[in-house]
Design a protein around this ligand. Sequence first.
Ligand code: NAP
Length: 293
Amino acid sequence: MGYKMTVNGKTRLCGLIGNPVSHTMSPMIHNHLADRLHINNIYVPFHVETEELQQAIEGAHALNVLGMNVTVPYKTDVIPFLDEIDPMAKGIGAVNTLVRTEQGYKGYNTDMTGLCRAMQTEGIRLDGEEIIILGAGGASRSVAYMCLYYKVSKIYLLNRTVEKAQKIADELNEVFERDAIIPMSLMDFDRIPVKKYLVIQGTSIGLYPDSEACVIEDPCFYQLAHTGYDLIYRPFQTRFMEKIEEAGGVSYNGLGMLLFQAIDAFELWNHIEISDEVAMETYELLKAETKKA
Ligand code: NAP
């Protein structure tokens, strides 16, 4: 898409640090928001090598770069190079947004504030709920932390490698001082008490181009879901989401999370609030882009 923005002496730079970065939709979101709101920013991807991460952060500060996003594989590695860190990002142990301060950058985790905001927009409650999370990788660990932070009462954390679910349970149950996470193997879902849960799909199974795959095939599992939330957004409708709907549940993909992590970062950098109207308009752009795949 084309942008009407003009680069001049007052333009501020924002960017994304990662490796790889060529697949990212973040420039599209941020340049659209800047254009739409007449903010003189420009957003570009930066491919950074591991051994140059510290120099990249320090160099960005020296160049007066307003803000940065951080993606795979640097969300944790970047922490030692920050001047300050938001408490939730610190607890999660991962940062995806850097906000410039006088002395350096302050790190935030807008992946999780964004997911929370996307869920609120969709009317999904966390407070007091019992939920199921599939997966125990980086994304699922962050989601478990965020859900406990927003007071879910119990999490059944199911993973292929049960030791990884156990490790997250041990760590987070200690941090939150309650036995809220119950780690389990994916195969043991029939031990979960029969009622309806919010199920968050945090594994990489079903991601394009392996779009026909689904982390749990057995239709009985989907009887446990009133809502299914897949963190994957490509394809737009995952197999997991189809199975949730076939069992009578409501399903969402991860595009809202992607949108709101960007919106939260944009708001932090520019000290503004993005309206629902602009958020929805940006969502439609992203949706069209995602459906191209
Ligand atoms: P990760 O750390 O690599 O974790 C991968 C997870 O998938 C692990 O739980 C792993 O289980 C499981 N898995 C992989 N292959 C499997 C298989 N064949 N059978 C069963 N389980 C399998 O990845 P991540 O960073 O957590 O990301 C997970 C997903 O979240 C990705 O699809 C990513 O696209 C999505 N995500 C979306 C957003 C967004 O903005 N919407 C943001 C971040 C991530 P084991 O532990 O047993 O290997």
